[in-house]
Design a protein around this ligand. Sequence first.
Ligand code: PMP
Length: 421
Amino acid sequence: MDAGEVLRLDREHVWHPYTAVPSGVPVHVVRRAGGVRITLGDGRELIDGMASWWAAIHGYNHPRLNRAARDQIDDMAHVMFGGLTHEPAVRLAHRLTGMTGLDRVFLADSGSVAVEVAIKMAVQYSGRSTLLTVRGGYHGDTFAAMSVCDPVNGMHHLFTGMLPRHVFAPAPPHDYGRRPAPASESGPDEAYLAELTAAVEAHADRLAAIIVEPVVQGAGGMRFYHPAYLRRLRDLADEHGILLIADEIATGFGRTGEMFGCDHAGIRPDIMCVGKALTGGYMTLAATLCTARVADRIGVLMHGPTYMGNPLACAVAGASLDLLAERPWREEVARIEAALLDGLAPAADAPGVRDVRVLGAIGVIETDQPVDVAKIQDIVMEHGVWLRPFGRLIYTMPPYACTQEDVARIAGAMVAATAAL
Ligand code: PMP
């Protein structure tokens, strides 16, 4: 099929995320993806500054991940997980518990479902049905997940009538990460700590759990908050016998410079959700982990998707975690952080730019006004880079496999895009 035919059929039949059919916004045909680049239907090669939405940390078409998928498919692509088990799933579960210090693993099929399962765990554990979350948060597009997202983030307002009501603490100030000079890392905001404490204490006797994205609020605004807030939530949860759920779907597996966002605060949650980079961006797989104490009290957990524990996805995830363990990801992410800080610095003074911030392999330009997505994409694509800005954010979370030149190119494209503000 030529690229024109793909686009014609796409326009006729296919929904893309958060769009109509036809989408009304430009859609590009991808022919191939290899290393950190995607190749479009017209032959253009772009560095993927999005890593397929935080996931493709090793880059595309990786021989080790390809081999893991190929080897596994020759044994079995899938079998039901009800009453059956297999090596790829138990190996992965063992690996994840070793990495997180948690004990039990529910293998889900997407990040949103992992959050649904975490919420079910908290409800079954506590017999309560109210959660505390923070404004600015994002946890997925399924119903329970939407109910703990910031209701004003614009993504879920059509469904508010159907969503259970939870308690919302104020959004954390974004006072973490690094910024071009002269501003630098600041300490925690004591007034915010007091607000957070008051919000939890006011509702403590009816809370099943507190759910947060550790240190980075992703789709809710790409905000980086001080680990002291997370530590306070851990303390408050302990004090009041409430579970702490860490949604590490975006932050997990090294993205923020630590293996998990919780590591910035030196805490362990009772329940953790992981996804996205779990399979290195190859397959749809996520997991909800919890402590033995939580699992023992829950007993029978009421969830069981058809594709639970998919052997192909588990085998690729195992290979992706092997690769992560072998690659010097900490140094790679630190190098990306330095290159982003350096490369994005000129944007700090550009008209229409409110803030430039970097944490690990995440670089953000926040603007004063919502950006014209198509216009920004045109500019960055001219620079050989793929990005998907949203709202007031032009941002990147590149594959760890990017070279310094790749990162400089991404940052340069982002700075160039500020000319369109
Ligand atoms: N939680 C967080 C923190 C996320 O960033 C996302 C995805 N953007 C989700 C949950 C939902 O994951 P998925 O898109 O795989 O359902």
